[in-house]
Design a protein around this ligand. Structure first.
Ligand SMILES: Cc1ncc(COP(=O)(O)O)c(C=O)c1O
Length: 361
């Protein structure tokens, strides 16, 4: 895996208290450009999933000729993105709580908003709330193609939902969405699983078209299924998110992206063959495994709340020295920090708020 070197402490123009989350903007921008190049000529678009970093200033950098808007997981994320000036949002989840539906309608006053549905009840609530608010909300029917994370399980259900939307002047049926992500290189029968998932999606789309519905948008995919999604004739819009910051676990897929973020820690203890950093699970996401220390050959690593203990056969860093860790799980990592330090090469240039941090409702 190629990982960008981050600036070392003695090169910093400003004081960075550790643990500190840092992003190398040059690498981030290169990842965004690499995805744009992959999409070019495919007729598809990207709708980057910003749950990855929950940082509006990073989200804005992901927009461009192939990406008119962003994907959010929650209404709270969407509100922060719209407040920052992003005006084209997909909430790639069902919203069934009437209070949250009212927030979606409020957002639709100032932005183009789409939301996922998979049942008739919430369609009624959405339609009525949009009518009262005097707005139009775009709707994608979610299809369960693999993960059972939500979505209709038959074409008949999808047709019934599309018919229910036809009766409302305040809902616009825009197409389908699905998520088949997390298909890492190590997943057994990966190719067959993805092909089966896409066949399900194609079947539902065909059934809707046969029933007389236009299916303008089919939004799906994550970083791990990027290549397959770009080659698939059904999918029109790619929801990848992790690609912009990357995770070591995704490296085996041979994608043209590099890890762009680290958590920087300080050596606070060193004895025998191990040293300890002041960064742990309270600042590093661990769901996909422990972080990877940069530039340090290590033979063992363990992470607790505020500590990462690294065992090595080579000489130990000095007390007070800074060590950078590439997080195994980027989404949780960003959600643990209020702000991200922004670097270009070896220069720290800014500090941006992770303003949608904690916005899980
Ligand atoms: C619905 C949906 N779409 C897209 C993504 C992006 O996937 P990735 O971050 O692997 O690119 C996610 C991530 O969890 C997701 O939940």
């Amino acid at each position: 895996m190629q990982v960008s070197p981050m600036p070392r402490a003695n090169q910093l123009a400003v004081e960075v208290a550790t643990p500190a989350l840092m992003v190398d903007l040059d690498v981030f921008d290169a990842n965004v450009a690499a995805l744009s190049a992959m999409v070019q000529g495919t007729g598809k678009t990207v709708r980057p999933h910003v749950k990855t970093h929950r940082t509006p200033r990073l989200a804005a950098r992901q927009l461009g000729p192939h990406a008119a808007g962003v994907t959010c997981a929650t209404v709270g994320e969407a509100e922060k993105m719209v407040a920052s000036g992003i005006s084209d949002i997909l909430i790639a989840n069902e919203v069934v709580d009437p209070a949250k539906v009212a927030r979606v309608a409020a957002l639709a006053r100032g932005a183009s908003v789409r939301v996922a549905v998979d049942a008739p009840g919430p369609v009624k609530v959405l339609a009525e709330t949009a009518r009262r608010a005097g707005v139009v909300i775009g709707v994608l029917i979610e299809v369960d193609i693999l993960l059972h994370r939500g979505g209709v399980v038959s074409a008949t259900e999808a047709i019934e939902l599309a018919q229910a939307m036809e009766r409302s002047h305040h809902l616009r049926f825009d197409g389908l969405m699905a998520y088949e992500g997390r298909q890492r290189a190590s997943v057994p029968d990966r190719g067959t699983r993805i092909a089966r998932a896409y066949a399900t999606l194609a079947g539902v789309r065909s059934a809707l078209i046969d029933a007389g519905f236009g299916v303008a948008c089919v939004s799906a995919a994550g970083t791990s299924t990027l290549r397959e999604a770009l080659a698939d004739p059904t999918i029109t819009e790619i929801q990848a998110g992790a690609y912009a910051l990357m995770e070591p676990d995704l490296a085996g897929l041979g994608l043209p992206f590099r890890c762009a973020a680290v958590v920087r820690g300080t050596v606070i203890s060193r004895h025998g063959r191990h040293f300890v950093l002041d960064a742990g699970r309270r600042s590093i996401g661990m769901e996909y495994g422990p972080p990877t220390p940069l530039r340090i050959e290590h033979v063992g690593i363990s992470v607790s709340d505020e500590h990462t203990t690294i065992e090595t056969d080579v000489s130990l860093p000095e007390l007070g020295e800074r060590v950078d860790l590439v997080p195994g799980q980027i989404r949780t990592t960003f959600n643990l920090h209020d702000a991200v330090w922004v670097a270009r090469g070896d220069q720290i240039v800014d500090r941006w708020p992770i303003s949608a941090r904690g916005q899980s409702s």
